[in-house]
Design a protein around this ligand. Structure first.
Ligand SMILES: Cc1cc2nc3c(=O)[nH]c(=O)nc-3n(C[C@H](O)[C@H](O)[C@H](O)COP(=O)(O)OP(=O)(O)OC[C@H]3O[C@@H](n4cnc5c(N)ncnc54)[C@H](O)[C@@H]3O)c2cc1C
Length: 383
């Protein structure tokens, strides 16, 4: 049986950030931390998603990077010849995906954190007198302390699509690679949908179907929650009010202004078509997929239909957090968020990071800055 002081379950942006920061910034011995992740390599899901949709720049500022120092990415890029005009986009010096990944690779090599990764999926969690036993394909792992950083949950697929062969853009390890010239319908109106549509606009016949018009917003949630301005009053509210506030503070289905410009340029050049419509059903015909909308209209002849309809949330029923809540009898809110203490503990020596910690960290919990916030909260308890 493997044994460790701290086991982080999930090696995405959040799990990797925490593992690196705990060892590099808190002086924990590298041997004190293990990260359990299905592929056994850091930040694979994030990279895969960026690649699938062809993202060129992050939505967030370069301050939100894989080091604890907010200036680290900009400083590193300057020292390594990354031209500001090419790799940073104003406002907020948003980094190119290329520069963000190059800096992240540098941090991963320096910290040697990949050597702390164990390939495997956590299947269950049980308490012991000295901590927790995690069951996984890698065998049993005993940990004094466990941190759950299992990501945004499974992709959300609309009910009408679940009955067909239609897939979510992030569902398969191999990304969709439509042949040139094919007709693609993209379902969704957020950053993944529009990025994916723009990636194929011009070379393919792309139609986007969204229940709402184009929503431009610099951030995916109100930036007031990055600091005490909004967080102080948020934390004073009872849980149902916080759940409500999380819904109103987030801006799902929105895209940053530069992506909006790209979308509108493609639309003006007729390289994309856009329909504000709710799809209610899809069927395969001899001439491709036919989509039916709520108002009874039919749109046919699609070679491929791709859903970019978000994620279920890491606290979703059927997710690992919900399973742990059931198995270990731990409290959740009506909407399924784990009810955590201010130090992000859910039970003694069991902590939660990422979007599932939103009731304590606020609406930015699932973002890169959420990993910074989680680390600042966890560092005293864990080091
Ligand atoms: C297209 C796109 C663009 C985004 N752009 C930005 C941006 O610019 N700025 C920003 O701040 N945020 C952005 N985000 C939001 C957020 O930062 C990312 O979704 C980020 O990947 C979340 O990191 P995570 O570690 O929580 O989840 P993930 O990256 O999904 O990692 C979670 C890991 O946990 C693993 N896991 C799950 N269950 C288990 C289990 N039972 N056992 C073991 N491992 C498990 C998963 O396999 C995965 O490897 C973006 C999101 C998307 C989709």
């Amino acid at each position: 049986m493997l044994s460790t002081r701290i086991l982080i379950i999930g090696g995405g942006i959040h799990g990797t950030f925490l593992a690196r920061a705990l060892t590099e910034d808190c002086g924990l011995d590298a041997g004190d931390v293990l990260v359990l992740d299905p592929v056994g390599r850091p930040v694979r899901e994030w990279r895969r998603r960026c690649c699938i949709v062809g993202m060129s720049h992050l939505r967030s500022t370069s301050s939100h990077n894989m080091e604890t120092d907010y200036r680290a990415l900009r400083r590193w890029a300057r020292q390594h010849g990354y031209e500001y005009d090419i790799h940073f986009r104003e406002p907020y010096a948003r980094p190119s995906v290329y520069a963000f990944h190059a800096h992240m690779d540098h941090v991963l090599v320096r910290s040697r954190i990949a050597s702390r990764f164990v390939p495997g999926t956590a299947q269950s969690l049980s308490r012991t007198v000295t901590g927790w036993i995690v069951e996984s394909e890698a065998g049993q792992i005993h940990a004094e302390t466990v941190v759950l950083a299992t990501g945004p949950g499974p992709p959300r697929v609309p009910a009408w699509a679940a009955e067909t062969e239609i897939r979510h853009v992030y569902a398969d390890p191999e990304p969709p690679r439509p042949d040139a010239g094919t007709r693609i319908a993209v379902i969704g109106g957020g950053i993944s949908a529009w990025q994916f549509a723009c990636r194929y606009a011009g070379s393919h016949d792309v139609s986007v179907f969204s229940t709402h018009g184009i929503r431009a917003s610099m951030f995916d949630s109100d930036p007031g929650y990055l600091g005490p301005k909004k967080m102080s009053s948020f934390l004073e509210k009872p849980v149902p009010a916080r759940e409500h506030e999380l819904r109103t503070a987030r801006r799902p289905g929105s895209i940053p202004p530069d992506l909006e410009t790209m979308v509108r340029t493609h639309l003006a050049r007729e390289q994309l078509s856009f329909h504000v419509a709710a799809i209610t059903s899809a069927r395969e015909t001899s001439s491709g997929y036919e989509l039916r909308t709520k108002d009874g209209a039919r749109h046919g002849g699609f070679d491929e239909v791709v859903c970019a309809t978000g994620f279920q949330g890491q606290h979703a029923p059927g997710g690992f957090i919900a399973q742990v809540a059931r198995e270990c009898d731990l409290p959740c809110s009506t909407e399924g968020y784990p009810l955590l203490q201010r130090d992000l503990s859910w039970a003694p020596r069991l902590h939660v990071a990422g979007g599932a910690a939103s009731l304590v960290l606020g609406p930015t919990a699932g973002n890169i800055v959420g990993a910074h916030k989680a680390f600042r909260t966890l560092r005293t308890g864990l080091s």
